[in-house]
Design a protein around this ligand. Structure first.
Ligand code: G3P
Length: 195
């Protein structure tokens, strides 16, 4: 029962639309109406400045990190903790406060995997940063991060979280399907360009 209550709480907290709230509070901008129309850190940075984007990044990351770390106090089972991570992503990507809409899940994924396996998560973040630096596209870095997570988990001796990482990689790729089309067409926006 306690575990189910924890999953419900995780969903609710992860559904907090920090990108929307910070966009409105910092610059009076609704990120759903401008730029890529995503409520994530990249679009908020694009529309409202780097500081606002970083604030969204940190808060969205914590939505994944804290439920897993605190949930481990109830059960250390990798199955339960995998469910907590997926529930956090569900809350973030399908927020009840945004009528089922939400972000693309990258910051929350980083938080979840920092809690599961910090070294693997940091390796995936390093891959992400390298790809962003080379291409100029956050979406390309996000996709590289998602794809490298299973490999990083294997390389760092954390095979228990490979199944959830595969689900997350597929989910993130699906959420980025419009970015993928734009990348393939050479029409993707740099994080700096709002239009
Ligand atoms: O994490 C989201 C990022 O990968 C893409 O954001 O706003 O360019 O679609 P955006």
């Amino acid at each position: 029962m306690l575990l189910i209550v924890w999953l419900a709480l995780t969903y609710l907290v992860a559904a907090f639309p920090f990108g929307l709230w910070i966009g409105l509070a910092c610059a009076g901008v609704d990120p759903r109406q401008a730029g890529s129309r995503n409520t994530g850190a990249t679009n908020v940075a694009r529309l409202c400045g780097t500081k606002c984007g970083v604030a969204v990044l940190v808060l969205d990351l914590l939505k994944g990190f804290l439920p897993v770390v605190l949930g481990a106090a109830f059960s250390n089972s990798w199955i339960f903790l995998s469910l907590v991570g997926l529930t956090a992503l569900l809350g973030h990507m399908r927020s009840v406060f945004l009528y089922g809409r939400g972000g693309k899940g990258v910051a929350t994924t980083i938080g979840v995997f920092l809690a599961y396996a910090p070294l693997a998560a940091l390796l995936a973040v390093a891959v992400c940063v390298l790809v962003i630096k080379r291409t100029g596209y956050v979406s390309a870095g996000s996709l590289a991060l998602a794809a490298s997570l299973p490999v990083a988990l294997l390389a760092t001796g954390n095979p228990a979280y490979i199944p959830v990482s595969l689900v997350v990689a597929a989910w993130i790729a699906w959420r980025h399907r419009e970015n993928i089309s734009r990348l393939l067409a050479g029409e993707e926006k740099s994080w700096r360009k709002a239009s």
